[in-house]
Design a protein around this ligand. Structure first.
Ligand code: NAP
Ligand code: MG
Length: 402
């Protein structure tokens, strides 16, 4: 069989620990035998980030802007323990944070649904994609402990010196206050990324805030979404046969629980943080959750939602067998290859991505899976395999399909 050709390279961001091991296995067994893979390679492994003073992360994000599509392996976000372990020059920032700041993107997380791994919510049949606004609010808040009686105010001082004041509270005793902000430009980017991704994936878009209580802050989110939708997207949504739907966050939560799934739920920063953990655990496993960063200009960076699976890596280093699930990392590759294929009008590449996903799902549904899934599956008599044999089993299914 002749290998599938690519015209434009993908930006490949390699990573750390167990996922770095899986990365190579996926390339060797599932991609390179079938695709004449063209990538521009960036090593985001912690050692190389440290050696380049993290310049490699910035370069990889700039390359994503140039080519439009990237695929990323999970990476270590350094903490004090990692500083020692890798003798780092600095506690480098989270690569995901750096990339997101450069692309100004929104992260969409969606579960991979397979028969035999049933969601806890029995009526959920299709994936629910969570879009989390990743700027501001409580994550960039400033806080104060109020020691005793006194007046707390919010003050805005314009560049010309004019002040706007708003009373927070007349304290009669001790308490707490918090100030937070957001930017119209950031909310606009968030809205555009959501509308574009809904069109891209042909799914309805839901958005919810607490605008009835927060009449200026949350209401601004609601208004910006509506203005952009009416001006730029209403016609496109109608043509695509999808809808945009705004509701109060309480109502959204109730409707989500009763729904079948199959839509994108856009959330403010805090709601997205909490709800994405709820949705992913209800769907079964973090190892079955994909993630894509979409910029308002239409650049895409695909990855798995989980981390580097450190505990398994240490077992692997000791020569012990691991049963690490590579599904989300495989789907990061297929997502990127399919998008590359769409942008380049390369139908062979798109078809290959579809088939690799089908082969992965079929392998699990036929009873071969890693330990994490074996623990939660409703299938009987499953064949639990190690990290490598799982990938080899997918290869066998794929070869039968091709
Ligand atoms: P993690 O790598 O997601 O793993 C946490 C636990 O979840 C694992 O120990 C394992 O449970 C289970 N798990 C996760 N992915 C799995 C998979 N593919 N197959 C089987 N089991 C899986 O989170 P972490 O241990 O908190 O973080 C490790 C490193 O990853 C940290 O340095 C963190 O900075 C980094 N991280 C990176 C990203 C990213 O690049 N996007 C995201 C999150 C975390 P058992 O041990 O019980 O088997
Ligand atoms: Mg969280």
């Amino acid at each position: 069989m002749e290998k599938i050709k690519m015209t434009t390279p993908l930006v490949e961001m390699d990573g750390d620990e167990m996922t770095r091991i899986l990365w190579k296995m996926i390339k060797d067994e599932l991609l390179l035998p079938f695709v004449d893979l063209k990538t521009e390679y960036y090593d985001l492994g912690l050692e190389h980030r440290n050696a380049t003073d993290d310049q490699v992360t910035i370069d990889s994000a700039e390359a994503t802007k140039k080519y439009g599509v990237a695929v990323k392996c999970a990476t270590i976000t350094p903490n004090a323990a990692r500083m020692k372990e890798y003798t780092l020059k600095e506690m480098w920032k989270s690569p995901n944070g750096t990339i997101r700041a450069i692309l100004d993107g929104t992260v969409f997380r969606a579960p991979i649904v397979v028969k035999g791994i049933e969601p806890c919510v029995k009526n959920w049949k299709k994936p629910i994609t969570i879009a989390r606004h990743a700027y501001g609010d409580v994550y960039k808040g400033s806080e104060m402990k109020i020691p005793g009686a006194g007046k707390a105010e919010i003050v805005f001082t314009g560049e010309d010196g004019t002040e706007i004041r708003e009373l927070i509270h007349n304290f009669t005793g001790s308490g707490i206050v918090q100030g937070m902000h957001n930017l119209n430009s950031s909310i606009t980017s968030f809205a555009k990324s959501c509308f574009n991704y809904a069109l891209d994936t042909k799914q309805d878009l839901w958005f919810a805030t607490k605008d009835t209580i927060s009449k200026k802050y949350d209401h601004t989110f609601k208004d910006i979404f509506q203005e952009i939708f009416d001006a730029e997207y209403a016609d496109k949504f109608e043509k695509a046969g999808i809808t945009y739907f705004y509701t109060l966050i309480d109502d959204a939560v109730a409707r989500v629980m009763k729904s079948e799934g199959g839509y994108i739920w856009a959330c403010k920063n805090y709601d997205g943080d909490v709800m994405s953990d709820m949705v992913s655990s209800a769907f079964g496993s973090l190892a079955m959750m994909t993630s894509v960063l979409v910029s308002p200009e239409g650049n895409y960076e695909y990855e798995a939602a989980h981390g580097t699976v450190q505990r398994h890596y240490y077992k692997h280093l000791k020569g012990e067998e691991t049963s690490t699930n590579s599904v989300a990392t495989i789907f990061a590759w297929t997502g990127a290859l399919r998008k590359r294929g769409e942008l380049d009008n390369n139908t062979e590449l798109q078809k290959f991505a579809d088939k690799l996903e089908k082969a992965t799902i079929a392998t699990i549904e036929n009873g071969t899976m890693t330990k994490d899934l074996a623990l939660i599956t409703t299938l009987k008599d499953v064949n639990v395999v190690n990290s490598q044999n799982f990938i080899l089993a997918i290869r066998k299914t794929l070869e039968e399909m091709l």
